[in-house]
Design a protein around this ligand. Structure first.
Ligand code: PHE
Length: 454
């Protein structure tokens, strides 16, 4: 395959679904609830929504502009649009971030497979909240079981990426997204109807702004970038496969809305359920996995078959949502190695998968037998999450907004956003204003505030 004959996404719906498939994943259903729980509920959610609107959505458009204009992987993109400058480091940092995220993300994706199997064979039948906590703790600290699932998940991702862009990604997204959404709706209704769910709803809806400090701002900003897959070149790489008539602002807007809805819906499952059975909202990365089995048990416990069926369906859909995200992460690194180092796609993909298996194994072990080894007081798993979501992605977003807002020729920006003048775009001025001023200043302010840079 040569670099100038690049694959394309087949249909318009395919474009939105593939980008939304990248965005919607564990970030919405696993990470969003535990971040919300850790950083105080409604006030965190509102801050997060602000970050999506002011930083996430415009920077997503910027990535689309850069990707489609340059028709390249994220590192080459900057070389093409800004030859001989240092901007290419933004692309390279994104590739590194993608590699690190894929490593620890696959660990959690692997957990969903274990939970799918356990729900199917009836491990959770007749069990209660304490049993689920114990199950989770002993599972994640098991010396090899979660490692095996991590590797299985990475291999699944590998084979889809090797089969190519259109067939693999587009097909899987089309079926799974609507199904996941419907099942989430059903589970939210079940959770809200549990006795004692009211305080969970209050936690989600009643903001306490006295809780918003620098750490909440940084966490909400990180969550916005992570959840939207923005700031590390993922959507830039996808946009290089977009067609000339893809409506970039509309696609970005649709993806941001879908992604946010899924996250909020996940919140309406987790918190009512957690409060109903007495789980602390700040239980950390295990929150989803200790809370959800209660919903299935409490709502459908009398008919164990239905409880098991719904649970298996849910974990399959969650694993698929995670898969469309891991595919996009893998693709960023694979496209980079394939195009920059002149290796075949298969070889590039093998290198990525191999590297992630090594790092993913270490991340998984850091939650159990390796928990004594810490970096800056964090396990390797938490450290990878911290440097990618809270540092590299917002930093990438900062530079992407500067690049598009200030460096890139305005003619290019306008041409891409309006498809060479064929689309009417009333908010063009607003988008440019957000990219030029609001996003970079806002991100810098949050960094300075929380990381004590000055
Ligand atoms: N946005 C994905 C999720 O929410 C994770 C992701 C981050 C995917 C960065 C690609 C790039 O699960």
């Amino acid at each position: 395959m040569t670099t100038n004959k690049r694959a394309n996404f087949g249909t318009k719906l395919g474009v939105i679904l593939a980008s939304a498939g990248s965005a919607v994943g564990l970030g919405n259903i696993w990470r969003f609830p535990y971040m919300t729980g850790e950083y105080g509920g409604a006030a965190f959610i509102l801050t997060y929504l602000g970050c999506v609107l002011l930083f996430g959505a415009p920077i997503m458009m910027a990535e689309f502009i850069i990707g489609r204009r340059s028709q390249s992987n994220t590192a080459r993109a900057y070389q093409k649009l800004a030859p001989g400058t240092q901007w290419r480091w933004v692309g390279r940092m994104g590739v590194l971030a993608g590699f690190l995220i894929l490593s620890y993300y696959s660990v959690v994706a692997g957990w969903t497979l274990e939970y799918m199997v356990d729900s199917g064979i009836g491990t959770f039948a007749d069990k209660g909240p304490d049993d689920f906590v114990q199950f989770y703790n002993s599972f994640v600290s098991h010396p090899w079981l979660p490692v095996v699932w991590t590797i299985v998940f990475l291999l699944l991702t590998h084979f889809i990426v090797v089969r190519g862009v259109e067939k693999g990604i587009e097909r899987s997204s089309k079926v799974m997204m609507p199904a996941l959404f419907i099942l989430l709706l059903i589970l939210a209704v079940c959770a809200i109807l549990l006795p004692g769910a009211g305080s969970g709803i209050e936690f989600l809806l009643k903001p306490d702004f006295s809780k918003v400090d620098g750490s909440v701002l940084l966490a909400a900003m990180g969550q916005a970038f992570f959840s939207l897959s923005v700031g590390m070149g993922c959507l830039c790489t996808y946009a290089s496969y977009f067609k000339p008539d893809t409506n970039l602002p509309k696609t970005a807007f649709s993806v941001a809305v879908i992604d946010t809805l899924v996250a909020i819906l996940a919140g309406f499952i987790i918190f009512p359920a957690a409060f109903a059975v007495g789980i602390q909202p700040d239980s950390g990365p295990g929150l989803l996995f200790v809370t959800l089995p209660n919903v299935f048990q409490q709502a459908f416990g009398n008919v164990p078959f239905i409880a098991a069926l719904l649970a298996v369906m849910f974990y399959i859909l969650l694993a698929l949502a995670a898969l469309t995200s891991t595919i996009s992460l893998h693709e960023v690194v694979t496209a980079y190695l394939h195009e920059e180092f002149n290796m075949s796609r298969v070889k590039a993909a093998r290198l990525v998968t191999g590297g992630c298996i090594v790092l993913g194994t270490l991340c998984s072990l850091s939650l159990g037998i390796g928990s004594d080894y810490t970096l800056f007081g964090m396990t390797l798993f938490d450290f990878f999450d911290f440097i990618t979501a809270k540092l590299m992605m917002p930093l990438g977003g900062f530079f992407i907004s500067l690049f598009t807002g200030w460096f890139l020729d305005k003619k290019i920006v306008r041409e891409e956003l309006t498809n060479r003048g064929t689309l009417r775009l009333r908010i063009y001025g607003l988008i440019v204003f957000l990219l030029k001023f609001v996003a970079p200043i806002g991100i810098a302010f949050i960094f300075i505030n929380e990381l004590h840079l000055i």
